[in-house]
Ligand binder design. Structure first.
Ligand code: ADP
Length: 386
C-alpha cells in the first residue's frame, strides 16, 4: 500500500494533544488523516484533513467513522471497543488491536494479565464494588494490608481514580465502583520505557526515563531522559518492557510505567498503548520522535532510531490553581530566550486548575545543565487566565 501523497486515509480516534503531535508527522509524510473527537475545539482540528465531531464511546459513531478510513488508531483508551472489533472483522486495520485495548481498559484485567504472563507487578485484589472491599478489609479477609492504594478499574486518568487508603475511615468516601486494592510500593523511582513494534514485528525501545517528583506536592515535576539510574537497572527495566510488549503482541507504541523499589526490583505499574507523556521529549531529544515511530509502526514501515541526541527533560504546563478562563502563558518569552528550550502549546483556549495545557522540552548536551534550566523554566512560566 502506498501511504504517501495518495488516497490512503488514517483515522485517529481522539483529537487531543497526542493526536495533534501525531499529525505533525502525517503532515511531514503527506498522509491523509481523519479525526473524531467530541469537542468542536479539539487541539487536532487544525492539523487533520477532515474533522468529525462525535462521541468516542458510541458504537454507531465510531463504526461509521472507521468505515471511511484504511487504518484506524487512537490517542485515548476510552473508545468503543465493540465498534473497533466489528471494524476489524470487516477488514479495517486497527492498531493497536482492540484485543489489547480490552486487556488494558480495565485495571483489574490488566493486572491479572501481568500475573498470567509472569510479569512482575505489585500484589493486588479485585473487588466488584466498594462494599465488598470494605467488608474484606474490615474483616481482615484481604491479603492486602493498610495502607494500600485504591484504584477504580475503569475511567480513571491522571491519578483521579487513585487514592491512598491509610485507615478504615478513608474507605467511607470512596466512590462505589469496581476497584482494585494494591499493595503500596515503597519505590525509589518511577520509570517508563516506550517500546515500539511494527506490524512485521520489528521492535525498538527508547531509553529509560525517570519521573522526578516535587518533594512536597507529590506530583511529577520533570520527566528526565535518560534516567539517572544504574545501567543494570536500566537494562532490567528495558527487558521487562520488551516482555510486556511481546505478551500483548503489541503493534504501535507501548509506554510501560514501572516502579524501581529500594532493592532495585522492577514492578510494572501500568501501560498505555499510545504516544505517552513520558515520551514528549523525544520530539527534540531523539533521532526519531515517539509520534513518528508510532506512525511508522502502525503503517508497517521501518522503525526510526530511538536513541537520544542530547539529554532531554520535559516539564508539563498545567493550569495554575486559582485561575479559570482564557489562558495566558506568563513569561513564555523569557523561557524561550534560553538555549534548548521549546514550548508546546496544545491549543486549549480555556485554562482550569491542573488542566494539561502544554509542555516544555529542555535539551542540552549536559544533563546537569539541562536539569538546572528545567528548574528555571518551571519557576518562570505560569499558566494563568486574563
Ligand atoms: P493513572 O492511570 O491515573 O495515571 P496510576 O496507576 O499511574 O494511575 O497511579 C498514579 C500514581 O499513583 C503513580 O504514578 C504512582 O505515583 C502512584 N501509585 C500507583 N500505584 C501505586 C502503588 N501500588 N504503590 C505506590 N504508589 C502508587
Amino acid at each position: 500500500m502506498t501511504y504517501f501523497s495518495s488516497n490512503f486515509k488514517l483515522g485517529i480516534l481522539g483529537g487531543g494533544q497526542l493526536g495533534k503531535m501525531l499529525l505533525f508527522e502525517t503532515r511531514k509524510f503527506d498522509i491523509q488523516t481523519y479525526v473524531l473527537d467530541p469537542s468542536n475545539e479539539a487541539p487536532s482540528k487544525i492539523a487533520c484533513n477532515k474533522f468529525f465531531q462525535g462521541d468516542l464511546m458510541n458504537f454507531e459513531t465510531v463504526y461509521n467513522f472507521g468505515k471511511q478510513v484504511d487504518i484506524l488508531t487512537f490517542e485515548i483508551e476510552l473508545v468503543n471497543i465493540d465498534a473497533l472489533t466489528q471494524l476489524e472483522s470487516e477488514g479495517v486495520k486497527v492498531y493497536p488491536s482492540p484485543k489489547t485495548l480490552k486487556l488494558i481498559q480495565n485495571k483489574g484485567i490488566q493486572k491479572e494479565f501481568y500475573i498470567n504472563n509472569s510479569i512482575p507487578t505489585s500484589k493486588f485484589e479485585r473487588y466488584s464494588d466498594l462494599q465488598n472491599l470494605q467488608s474484606a478489609i474490615c474483616n481482615l479477609q484481604s491479603a492486602i494490608q493498610l495502607p494500600f492504594v485504591w484504584k477504580c478499574t475503569e475511567f480513571g486518568y491522571d491519578g483521579n481514580g487513585v487514592k491512598v487508603v491509610r485507615t478504615v475511615d478513608n474507605l467511607i468516601n470512596l466512590p462505589n465502583v469496581e476497584c482494585i486494592a494494591e499493595e503500596m510500593v515503597e519505590f525509589k523511582n518511577e520509570l517508563s520505557v516506550i517500546v515500539v513494534r511494527n506490524v512485521s514485528g520489528e521492535v525498538k525501545t527508547y531509553p529509560v526515563v525517570e519521573m522526578e517528583f516535587h518533594p512536597e506536592a507529590n506530583q511529577v515535576e520533570y520527566v528526565i531522559c535518560p534516567a539517572r539510574i544504574d545501567d543494570k537497572v536500566a537494562q532490567k527495566a528495558t527487558q521487562i518492557a520488551l516482555e510486556v510488549s511481546k505478551a500483548f503482541d503489541h503493534v504501535g507504541l507501548l509506554a510501560v510505567e514501572m516502579f524501581q523499589t529500594h532493592t532495585d526490583e522492577i514492578l510494572v505499574n501500568e501501560v498505555a498503548p499510545r504516544p505517552h507523556n513520558s515520551g514528549h521529549h523525544t520530539i527534540e531529544a531523539s533521532y526519531t520522535s515517539q509520534f513518528e515511530n508510532h506512525l511508522r509502526a502502525i503503517l508497517d514501515l521501518p522503525l526510526g532510531n530511538c536513541e537520544s541526541k542530547v539529554a532531554g527533560i520535559m516539564v508539563n504546563l498545567v493550569g495554575s490553581e486559582g485561575y479559570s478562563g482564557n489562558v495566558v502563558y506568563e513569561n513564555i518569552e523569557k523561557i524561550m530566550a534560553i538555549d534548548g528550550v521549546t514550548p508546546h502549546i496544545y491549543g486549549k483556549k480555556q485554562t482550569r486548575p491542573f488542566r494539561k495545557m502544554g509542555h516544555v522540552t529542555i535539551v542540552n548536551q549536559d544533563m546537569v545543565t539541562a536539569r538546572k534550566i528545567a528548574e528555571e523554566v518551571k519557576n518562570s512560566i505560569k499558566v494563568i487566565s486574563k
